[in-house]
Design a protein around this ligand. Structure first.
Ligand code: IPE
Ligand code: IPE
Ligand code: MG
Ligand code: MG
Ligand code: MG
Length: 412
């Protein structure tokens, strides 16, 4: 790239940010939201800069005449070229608006979760688990696919199998084992919980909600497949969760109990209710009670359900099930406080999703309500309460303890 072109490009698209040292297109990403309109008229200079945007071959070629016109004495050529460039920038914006990148933009947004270099041993356990889970999850999704090449199914797979941490399915499987259950029975239950989580993320990112362009280091579902398909992919994943539960190899009564548990954790008294309160809360004054209500429902309730469902699948006693459910709920609270903190303290590069948006959107968050220091303390307190619920499991619950620590200390 010629000197100054990056600066010109950045001026033309104020939300376009460079994340790399080298001026290759792969290091440019659009911060959310993608600009609908140029902030300044497409001058010769800024069109010139676009010549180096490698991924947009069509714009590069067509703008080229401007390059030749530059410096020539012939005013008409310059005017014609400027008009041409203006038109091509319009095409470029349309490309972005109609999501016609055909996936090429994905390469520029490679997953930034650096699981390899994290030293925390709980993460190693989680990473090993995630590899096995993803393989089984992929199989389960494919088994349920009647028309596997439809955009809807592609969107479901794209979001569900994108590189997430898999904390919730880990909780399901480990809680099943902790109470003495057979791990193999827990896989479809774990997949069901992850389907609900993936559905919640797809809808959470929609323009009508948090309006995000990045998730798990990739384009969000609606950015990749369009809004309608994303909405439907979320819907389909939420229904698939219950189809998976209907196939769990446990007694019929227990299967019904699992369905009840997940529907309550997901529905209007659970995650969806919490998300609604989160949206409405943007218009309300900051309040600790409201914040606790939102966190409990939108996040902690599904963590709690993951633990309870795992322990139920493993035929755990009422007492053990209730201890693990309490652990899940408290860990879920600490998890969401950490998520609120990361939005303030981390980077898009580390998180694989946008940062700094909660404050702009007027979200009810811990940092907004209590400040950073108090929020960090609150996360530790919730973690300690979570750990207290594991006492009766002794050494056997060590990986859950490490997970609880990872959740509050994590960088992504
Ligand atoms: C993100 O959850 C959504 C929240 C509840 C804050 P995770 O951080 O567990 O998301 P993935 O699954 O790892 O992407
Ligand atoms: C969303 O909380 C929780 C869900 C139920 C998906 P956030 O909106 O804070 O989650 P992120 O930060 O987008 O992952
Ligand atoms: Mg949200
Ligand atoms: Mg969000
Ligand atoms: Mg968040």
């Amino acid at each position: 790239m010629k000197r100054g072109a990056g600066a010109t490009l950045a001026r033309a698209f104020p939300r376009l940010r460079s994340h790399g040292q080298t001026p290759r297109a792969a290091h440019w990403t659009f911060d959310s939201p993608i600009p609908r309109r140029l902030s300044m008229p497409p001058t010769r200079q800024c069109c010139h800069a676009l010549l180096w945007h490698e991924q947009l071959g069509i714009a590069i070629d067509c703008i080229n005449p401007l390059h030749y016109g530059h410096g020539s004495a012939e005013a008409t050529t310059t005017i014609r070229c400027a008009f041409f460039a203006r038109m091509m920038i319009y095409v470029l914006i349309q490309c972005i608006d109609t999501r016609s990148f055909d996936g090429r933009h994905d390469d520029a947004l490679e997953p930034t979760l650096n699981l390899e270099t994290m030293a925390n041993p709980s993460l190693t356990t989680l990473r090993t688990f995630a590899v096995e889970f993803d393989r089984r999850f992929d199989d389960l999704l494919s088994d349920n696919a009647q028309h596997s090449h439809t955009p809807l199914f592609e969107a479901m797979r794209y979001s569900a199998l994108a590189p997430g941490k898999r904390i919730r399915p880990f909780l399901v499987v480990r809680c099943c084992e902790l109470v003495g259950g057979n791990r193999d029975r827990a896989w479809p239950v774990a997949a069901a919980v992850e389907c609900i989580h993936a559905f919640s993320l797809i809808h959470d990112d929609l323009p009508a909600m948090d309006d995000d362009d990045l998730r798990r280091g990739k384009l969000t579902c609606h950015r990749k497949f369009g809004e309608a398909i994303a909405i439907l992919a979320g819907d389909a994943l939420s229904v698939l969760a219950f189809a998976l539960l209907s196939e769990v190899e446990v007694e019929a009564d227990l299967r019904v109990q699992l369905v009840q548990e997940l529907s309550q954790a997901t529905g209007w008294l659970g995650m969806i209710g919490g998300q609604a309160a989160d949206v409405v809360g943007q218009q309300q004054v900051s309040s600790p009670d409201l914040l606790t209500f939102i966190h409990a429902r939108k996040t902690a309730r599904l963590f709690e359900a993951a633990c309870r469902m795992g322990a139920l699948t493993g035929a755990g006693s009422e007492k053990l099930v209730s201890h693990l459910a309490q652990f899940g709920h408290k860990m879920g609270q600490s998890f969401q406080i950490a998520d609120d903190l990361l939005d303030v303290t981390s980077s898009q590069h580390e998180l694989g999703k946008a940062v700094g948006k909660d404050d702009l959107a007027g979200k009810q968050t811990y940092p907004a309500c209590f400040g950073l220091k108090e929020s960090q303390k609150a996360a530790q307190i919730a973690k300690d309460e979570a750990l207290a619920s594991l006492t009766c499991f002794g050494q056997k619950a060590e990986d859950l303890r490490q997970l609880a620590s990872f959740v509050v200390d994590r960088k992504h």
